[in-house]
Design a protein around this ligand. Structure first.
Ligand code: SAM
Ligand code: FES
Length: 330
């Protein structure tokens, strides 16, 4: 029983009495379709400069209290090399929407990193078809761009000067260009309904997402949503578990936001459908400054501490770390 209707999804999300059943079915589906291996992706948060004003995000351009930084292309390549030397098979390049990293600068960074025989994932926001095409030609393998919410009215409220249609255009362009496409949503945004979360899950299925990242919303004190309540860890976990049950063979990260709300959040997620972890591989000088939301984990740890910590946790639950690049298993 894994082709849930929208009504069934809403019922499951609204009722906590079947959570144990849900999480164990998601874990069983994960084991059957993607196995016990966990893929570690080394995350480089290379710029916190952003032209957007997403209401929930600490990096939004109107936040004047944040210390902005940009890591140089040479240093980004250096961090990637160190990640590869530590055993990472994928490097994720993430930033705010920072136009300094033009089509040519970004393509050059990607080409240089690809010479280390590693998969490259980009998470740098909305760009033109031409930019996405150039990054693909340079060697980028995957792209993460969360839809955040499929509720168009809520999307509009949360993203001044952006459009839902352009977000969809980006996701379609990325698919056409042959990227493995990652999307996902925030759980617990103000005025978000359970019905719209069910639509989010069905949207992931409809666009045949290769990766889906689900995270609880965490209120940031320097944003317009500073007085809003945080999202629920359990509800985010349920959205993630349902996504595993419906999409089966995709890659699903145990997100950092989950661990921010629950000290064992990533391990619980890995036992409820997730099969990917994205440890930070930048040094401590940047970590606190990439403050999407407060109390982010690991801001005082260095890359090798994070690697050791997560390896230990993964072994403690009897899972293994993959030595492969970890593309979607078809
Ligand atoms: N600029 C790129 C983009 O928008 O795709 C990548 C960086 S953006 C900071 C990465 C993700 O952080 C977003 O997709 C969003 O879901 C998440 N995020 C932002 N603010 C958050 C908050 N307050 N709580 C939880 N997650 C948040
Ligand atoms: Fe960073 Fe545990 S993953 S310290």
């Amino acid at each position: 029983m894994s082709e849930f209707s929208k009504e069934e999804i809403i019922d499951i999300l609204s009722d906590d009495s079947r959570n144990e059943w849900l999480f164990s079915l998601a874990d069983k589906t994960r084991k059957e379709y993607v196995g016990d291996e966990i893929h570690l992706r080394g995350l480089i948060e290379f710029s916190n400069i952003c032209r957007c004003q997403c209401k929930y995000c600490g990096l939004q351009s109107i936040n004047k209290s944040i210390d902005r930084y940009r890591i140089s292309p040479d240093d980004i390549v250096l961090y990637a090399k160190k990640a590869v030397d530590m055993g990472y098979k994928t490097v994720v390049l993430q930033s705010g929407e920072d136009e300094y990293y033009s089509k040519d600068i970004m393509s050059d960074i990607i080409k240089r990193i690809k010479s280390f025989d590693v998969a490259v994932t980009l998470s740098i926001g909305e760009r033109s078809y031409e930019d996405y095409e150039a990054f693909k030609i340079a060697g980028a393998d995957r792209y993460l761009l969360r839809i955040e919410t499929t509720d168009k009215e809520l999307y509009k409220q949360m993203h001044p000067n952006m459009s839902f249609e352009n977000r969809i255009r980006c996701l379609k362009d990325l698919k056409v260009l042959g990227y493995e496409v990652g999307t996902g949503c925030l759980v617990g945004l103000p005025n978000q309904t359970i019905e719209s979360l069910a639509d989010d899950i069905l949207f992931f299925k409809e666009i045949d997402a290769d990766m889906v990242g689900i995270g609880p919303f965490i209120a940031h004190p320097e944003t317009p949503l500073k007085d809003a309540s945080n999202g629920s860890f359990i509800l985010a976990l349920k959205v993630m578990a349902l996504t595993r049950i419906l999409l089966k063979n995709i890659n699903i990260p145990a997100t950092t936001a989950m661990e921010t709300l629950n000290p064992n959040g990533r391990i619980i997620a890995l036992q409820s459908g997730a099969n990917v972890v994205m440890p930070n591989v930048t040094t401590t000088e940047y970590r606190a400054k990439y403050e999407i939301y407060p109390n982010k984990i690991c801001i005082n740890e260095d890359p090798s501490q994070c690697r050791g910590c997560i390896e230990g946790k993964i072994k403690s639950i009897g899972r293994t770390i993959s030595k492969e690049k970890g593309f979607r298993k078809h």
